[in-house]
Design a protein around this ligand. Sequence first.
Ligand code: HEC
Length: 397
Amino acid sequence: MLLLLAFACPSPAPDSGSPPGGGAELTYYHDAKPILDRSCVRCHTEAGTAPSFADPADVVALASAIAGYVGAGTMPPAAPDPSCRDYENSDRYVLADSDRETLLAWAEGGAALGDPADQVDGPGPLASIGPFDVELRGEPYQPEFGADGNDYRCFALPVGNESVVYLTGLEALVDRPEIVHHVVLFEPAAVSESQRVPEGFSCSGFGEAGWTVVGAWASGGTPLWFPEGAGVPLRAGAELILQMHYFNSFDGADQIVDQSGYGLLTADSVEREVSTLPYGPTGFSIPGGSDDYEVSDTSRYRGGDAQILAAFPHMHETGVGFRMSVEGESDQCLVDMNGWYFHNQLLPVFNEPMSLTSGDKVTTTCIYDNPDSQDVTFGEETGNEMCFGFVWLVPAE
Ligand code: HEC
């Protein structure tokens, strides 16, 4: 539809001074670059798996592919829909219609490079929320992949706090993203002597009884920070569990040594304490050969009046859609993703927190396509599926 519009647009006569819309006037430097900087270069870098957009000549050579992917809506990859509930930096993750039309018109109009003197830069990748008050890292570790390619390694790491502190921001510091499938930071009820070892210990992807999720990162993941005056309490002398899930997906992955970790921002006191809750169905199975197969769970929230600050949708690679909503006095959309790209697992921090009252129903729905003949079952391994929506909440003001 948009492609057709772009084709139907007559090219303006040279020097006609007509408004933009005829793509022949649009240039890489002036029109395409600011959009690509904002919405694409966090993945399309020299370091990533996506072709780099660093060299303008490469971008021009990819122009028709850019028009194809952007026109089909496959790039940028699916992200939570801000019209469900808007979140910080959503304009970087979801392409505005006007930007999509500009990219298409530029590509269809001949993908001119233009004059570097006209260069308009976009905002580029998000800055780190550091410098951090605390950096937690295990010892350098070379994964020992099982036959199925997975290795879960946990490190019990002391925060170094002599009295209670509050986490006000967290960012995964991923050392070797090519082998890191996910990172989860847990707060354990207790740490045993056998776990308190510098080389870490083998652990389950679900964690253990008594471990609560504090932070989570998967490919494409973003930092988490809380509004002024809110934070996750950590008792004096706290130890956190850094859980690394490594996955072997290419030759030589087993030679890589990783030292990922978490950067923490802390405060000595807060007005409101942040807690986390996991929602979503477990124990399901996705039949082989199914399309748009939905699994869903509705649970009642039981707790004091609260506000949801952020949510983290998590599925594996057969996911194609994700929804989370809260039904109380009214129906409210929390997260809506019409699509899913495993390497783009954002953690939306909402612009307006959502109110939650005891008895409200929280519904989490995941949608999958399973073209294989085998069923895909719920589980922690990469070849299994999960359907989680983790939420971060604070008591209502
Ligand atoms: C979350 C990461 C991410 C973002 C953001 C992203 N891409 Fe991609 N893109 C990828 C990856 C990974 C690939 C390679 C694998 C694939 O084709 O799916 C890719 C492939 C492509 C390709 C195919 C390249 C080829 O060799 O044919 C095009 C074109 C493209 N992206 C355009 C864009 C544009 C334009 C944007 C921004 C509007 C964008 N992408 C944003 C990750 C991303």
